[in-house]
Design a protein around this ligand. Structure first.
Ligand SMILES: [Zn+2]
Length: 185
């Protein structure tokens, strides 16, 4: 589904148990925080989500895939970050409940029992961006600086991810380095 055919909000209860995953694409240019974190925002993010209920809680599992153009924090040139991220979300009603979700899942706090779908996909993409994005070691060098000092890297990603869920999920992400892979291209 293109973004124009996707539901703006998703109620996990409504999709739980559907045999066909909810899937679609968004233009990266339509995702404001991705635009802020990227050098260029052409291209799309594709996603696929299966919703299910277990006990009293709803979960979503699936993938997000995109190629992002991110500024390398070493050489400051753009590099391609290939995102192929497994999504594992547990839907909760508040921060307190979020602290109790199983370790393998990221908590997602529902807003009136529903999810702003583009927000969810955007958050998953942001979580796939390394804290210090850069080309693989040995493939680029920092630009020579006129005063010989070390240049302070700018951190657009940290600003872009300014919501409580993203912070919480970042903490979880720290123990799970398998969420993204870098491409030296
Ligand atoms: Zn670089």
């Amino acid at each position: 589904m293109s973004s124009s055919n996707l539901p703006r909000y998703v109620d996990p209860r409504q999709y739980a148990g559907d045999a066909v995953p909810l899937s679609g694409r968004y233009a990266l240019a339509d995702l404001r925080r991705i635009v802020a974190a990227s050098v260029a925002s052409d291209g799309e993010v594709g996603f696929s989500l299966n919703f299910r209920k277990e006990g009293a809680r709803w979960f979503a599992e699936g993938r997000v895939e995109a190629i992002l153009s991110i500024a390398c924090q070493r050489c400051l040139e753009p590099y391609r970050l290939v995102v192929d991220r497994e999504v594992r979300l547990a839907f909760v009603s508040d921060v307190d409940e979020a602290s109790r979700v199983p370790d393998a899942y990221d908590p997602w706090i529902l807003d009136d029992g529903r999810v702003l779908l583009s927000d969810l996909i955007e958050d998953e993409l942001l979580l796939a961006i390394p804290d210090i994005p850069r080309h693989p070691d040995g493939t680029c060098v920092a630009p020579a600086s006129s005063d010989g000092g070390v240049q302070a890297p700018h951190r657009p990603v940290a600003e872009a991810a300014a919501n409580p869920f993203a912070m919480l999920a970042s903490l979880k992400k720290a123990s799970d380095p398998e969420n993204s892979k870098e491409n030296a291209d």
